[in-house]
Design a protein around this ligand. Structure first.
Ligand code: G6P
Length: 755
């Protein structure tokens, strides 16, 4: 893109006009100054002459008068001096006068009557002159007038000279300003815009690049961000349409965001869907003087957003960002997503002590280790239980308030933070359909039974119409726990619990990832070998083989076991020393809890001690990256690795395993997967391991690295087919379909008999 001639001419014309006006003003004020100076000089001269002329006039001595005027006549620019009597006759005049001023150019009566000096610029026969008249007195009566004439031509000459000088100035200034403006416009506007246009062209041609160039240029940022949103929407729409067409063509029935949206529209009315979770989908935080919007790393947003958008629902979550309060309205609402608002986020504010007891205490020091068999003892404090009840009630109040006036609402509660919520909602709104999805495992009844409040928790959950778990085994464990903890009727043949006339269905809904979205941001032609070299170089490591792990630093993830597996592998196969590196991306998590804080240090110590055994100047066996990494940072590692290792000691599902599979559109890479994850039930073509067995982990690493390409591709192809067909939209679609098909109220006993 070039700057058009019209724009340049426009610039030249406007700058010329401005500079011209400024110069004109300058010449005018210079002229005014010269005139004022001339008047002042005439005044001074007239006053000194007056003092000596008046006595001579009194004496009536014309000779003396002539001598006096002659003496003064050689002053600069002085055209002449004349003494008039009161009748206007010339008594004396200087010899330098070029012309006669008889009669005087102004009526002398006026001068004598005014009693003061009179100044006047005249044009006599095109000659500019200045005349100054002052009355002459004899005692109190006026006896004549002294007139002083100056040649004012030099003022015009000087002004004309100034004009000429200004003209050159104007030309030089205009050229300089135009040149600078053109350069500035080119660098700051034209080039960024043409680069953005090129980016849009590339995107249109199918070459997706993560962000347009210059997206951070401060003053163009709003423009590029809008362009980015628009382009993304177009790309999304285009790929959704392509995907739909392809699926129709191949007769496949894969869930997509679009299909989910259409499906929900038929099941939930506008404004009738309510989602509750502890983590909010959008968080606002202070960054210096500005407010930034963050999307907390969680697969939940991907899964639930299409449903909420389809029916303009409300997401109720804990407001935990430092600027969250400033960004909501008086009802604690904010419309999201910020770029294209389609549903409402309602923020709930919990007092610090309640949050401490409910989130850190009961949820994460109590329920989390209770449900994960990872040999960390749960801690149950009565005060935490109190906070847990208070927080659940706070959320229930918020949900009930939002549901006021909404007929037959659908409520989707998320996770172990809200076991009491379903009953609280259902008691106040029996007409609501309530489901809760338990993202983490449910242990066997003996393990769960150590919780002092197991009855209250189970009873709270049974308030729901539908309880979802990741896998069938967790459903079984839950029903057995109900059986052991409460008086109720368990219907194993249809997986339901009947209690006090209410039926709760219990079903597995294995959560997943957005298969297509997980590949986004990488041009698929980038070879894993090139990526690997780039990534390792950034870490200052030289190696040929790369393994990767991605986790929150949590004691359930089997991180120590994993590192020991790597150590054992290098002990058994020393030929890989100096050639193989394992990169562990570990996002610090819940570090306010002592156990998590200590665990992070344990992991760091373990990595250090293994590295100390074998590391050399350019190589080390383990690279531990303990900070939060965004999806776009993790993706290259997935794509570059020979294998990804998931060694959870216990895990509801584990989405890292599925993300890794979705990212490998080159059908490369092997997955090593713990048998104690929900994902291991679906991803049977992974290398399944027992993470407690270091020998097995070492073997698995060896198998993954030495596996032939054919075998590796065959396995990855099967894994990918699985994740593609059981994606996150299917999870959400099945959950909501099941919930909306449940008949509630008076029909319930009927439903029990007829099914
Ligand atoms: C688990 C839970 C989620 C939770 C996530 C992150 O996967 O099931 O509900 O969001 O951990 O934990 P955090 O405590 O940071 O939300």
């Amino acid at each position: 893109m070039k700057l058009s001639l019209r724009l340049i001419l426009l610039l030249v014309a406007s700058i010329t006009i401005v500079t011209f006006i400024v110069s004109k003003g300058e010449v005018r004020s210079e002229k005014r100054g010269l005139r004022a100076d001339l008047v002042r000089r005439a005044e001074v001269l007239s006053e000194s002459l007056q003092e000596i002329v008046e006595p001579a006039l009194e004496k009536g001595s014309r000779d003396q008068l002539r001598r006096i005027v002659e003496r003064f006549s050689n002053r600069e620019q002085l055209a002449g001096v004349i003494v008039y009597n009161k009748n206007g006759e010339v008594l004396a005049e200087s010899s330098n006068l070029q012309r006669r001023f008889d009669p005087p150019p102004v009526p002398l009566d006026r001068v004598m009557a005014s009693g003061a000096g009179l100044s006047e610029f005249l044009n006599l026969n095109s000659e500019p002159m200045h005349a100054y008249y002052i009355p002459l007195h004899d005692g109190n009566s006026a006896t004549g007038v002294l007139a002083i004439f100056h040649d004012a031509g030099y003022i015009e000459t000087q002004s004309a000279r100034m004009w000429r000088a200004s003209l050159w100035h104007v030309i030089a200034e205009v050229l300089l300003i135009v040149l600078i403006s053109v350069l500035i416009i080119r660098w700051t506007i034209v080039l960024p815009i043409s680069r953005t246009a090129q980016w849009m062209k590339d995107v249109r041609r199918g070459r997706m690049i993560s962000a347009p160039p210059d997206s951070k240029e401060s003053f163009l940022a709003p423009f590029t961000s809008e362009v980015m949103n628009l382009t993304r929407s177009l790309v999304d729409a285009r790929s959704a349409a392509e995907e739909e067409a392809r699926l129709r063509e191949s007769g496949e029935s894969v869930w997509t965001a679009e299909r989910l949206r259409v499906s929900i529209k038929g099941k939930a009315q506008q404004g009738s869907l309510f989602v509750v979770s502890n983590r909010e989908p959008y968080m606002h935080v202070h960054r210096g003087k500005s407010v930034d919007m963050l999307v907390p790393a969680s697969g939940l947003v991907t899964a639930l957003e299409p449903i909420l958008r389809a029916c303009d629902g409300i997401w109720i979550a804990s407001g935990s960002g430092s600027a969250d309060r400033e960004t909501v309205d008086e009802r604690d609402h904010i419309r999201v997503p910020p770029d294209k608002p389609e549903y409402t986020l309602r923020r709930v504010w919990l007092p610090k002590d309640v949050e401490q007891g409910y989130y850190y205490g009961f949820s994460n020091e109590g329920l989390w280790p209770l449900c994960h068999i990872a040999h960390t003892r749960p801690i149950f404090r009565a005060s935490d239980w109190q906070s847990y009840q208070t927080a659940n009630q706070e959320f229930a109040n918020a949900v009930l308030q939002e549901m006021e006036g909404v007929e037959r609402p659908l409520v989707l509660v998320q996770d172990y933070h809200f076991a009491l919520l379903p009953r609280m909602i259902k008691e106040a709104r029996p007409d609501a359909r309530v489901a809760i999805f338990w993202h983490i495992p449910w242990p066997n009844p003996e393990a769960f039974g150590i919780c002092p409040w197991q009855r209250e928790l189970v009873s709270g959950l049974l308030g729901a119409d539908l309880i979802g778990f990741q896998i069938q085994a967790h459903c079984d464990n839950f029903l057995e726990t109900v059986d052991a903890a409460l008086e109720s009727q368990i219907e194993w043949e249809r997986f339901a619990v009947k209690r006090g006339g209410h039926v709760t269905f219990v079903r597995p809904f294995p959560i997943s990832v957005d298969f297509r979205e997980s590949q986004r941001g990488l041009e698929s032609q980038t070879s894993p070998y090139v990526l690997r070299a780039e990534l390792l170089e950034k870490l200052g490591i030289k190696a040929n083989f790369l393994g990767v792990g991605v986790d929150r630093v949590d004691y359930t993830k089997g991180l120590l076991e994993r590192l020991r597996g790597v150590e054992r592998f290098l002990e058994k196969w020393p030929e890989y020393r100096g050639k193989f590196t394992f990169v562990q991306i570990g996002a610090p998590s819940r570090t306010e809890i002592q156990r998590y804080h200590d665990f992070l240090q344990e992991v760091e110590r373990e990595a250090e001690s293994i590295n100390a055994r074998w590391q050399t100047a350019g190589w080390k066996p383990i690279a531990l990256l303990t900070r939060h990494h965004g999806h776009e940072e993790i993706l290259p590692y997935y794509r570059a690795a020979d294998f990804c290792m998931v060694t959870s000691l216990h895990d509801g599902m584990n989405l890292v395993a599925k993300e890794f599979v979705a990212a490998r559109d080159d059908e490369g890479g092997a997955l090593i997967l713990s048998q104690f994850t929900g994902a291991a039930r679906e991803l049977r073509d992974a290398i399944i391991v027992n993470p407690y067995d270091a020998e097995q982990l070492a073997e698995a690493i060896h198998v993954a690295l030495e596996m032939n390409t054919e075998e590796r591709q065959a396995r990855m192809r099967l894994l990918r087919t699985n994740v593609k067909h059981h994606n996150v939209y299917g999870w959400a679609g099945n959950l909501i379909t099941e919930l909306s098909e449940i008949r509630i109220g008076e029909l319930e006993p009927e439903l029990g008999r007829s099914r």
